[in-house]
Design a protein around this ligand. Structure first.
Ligand SMILES: C[C@H](O)[C@H](O)[C@H]1CNC2=NC(N)=NC(=O)C2=N1
Length: 128
């Protein structure tokens, strides 16, 4: 059976939880680890120090290049840019908000979008 549209998780509930942990919605407020964990779609990402990171198991360089292309498009659209390392078997991504000196809502939103792009390309992630 053809895949239907992906069911959206309880976005409103996630947003409420997220806002509770991170203060005002939006903007470049620093987010706590709990706030990050409350966000939707970031299960691939680990929170360490002042950044979040994920490792995508692409399996070969050409697939890594395709994932990087998708990441670059998302980053440019958001004007928010990750550090990306493309190697033969995997792509490592690190996100932090340089202007704020830590993790903000922009990192959360881009992290979720990158995880979705990887899923759309059939690419898995190492457990966070
Ligand atoms: C001028 C430009 O909008 C800023 O430098 C943007 C560009 N991309 C960015 N990316 C990230 N990760 N953090 C930032 O603070 C940031 N700032």
């Amino acid at each position: 059976m053809a895949d239907g549209p992906r069911p959206r998780r309880g976005a409103s509930a996630d947003r409420v939880a997220f806002t509770a942990h991170s203060g005002r919605v939006g903007g470049m407020d620093i987010i706590t680890q709990d706030g990050f964990r409350a966000a939707a779609g970031v299960g691939d990402w680990r929170f360490a120090d002042d950044a979040v990171s994920a490792v995508f198991t692409t399996g070969d360089f050409a697939t890594g290049a395709r994932l990087f292309e998708a990441i670059a498009a998302l980053a440019e659209a958001a004007n928010h840019h990750p550090d990306v390392e493309v190697t033969y078997p995997k792509v490592q991504v690190r996100l932090t908000s340089h202007d704020a000196g830590g993790v903000t809502r922009k990192d959360v939103e881009l992290a979720a979008a990158i995880s979705q792009a990887a899923r759309d390309l059939g690419i898995g992630a190492e457990p966070a």
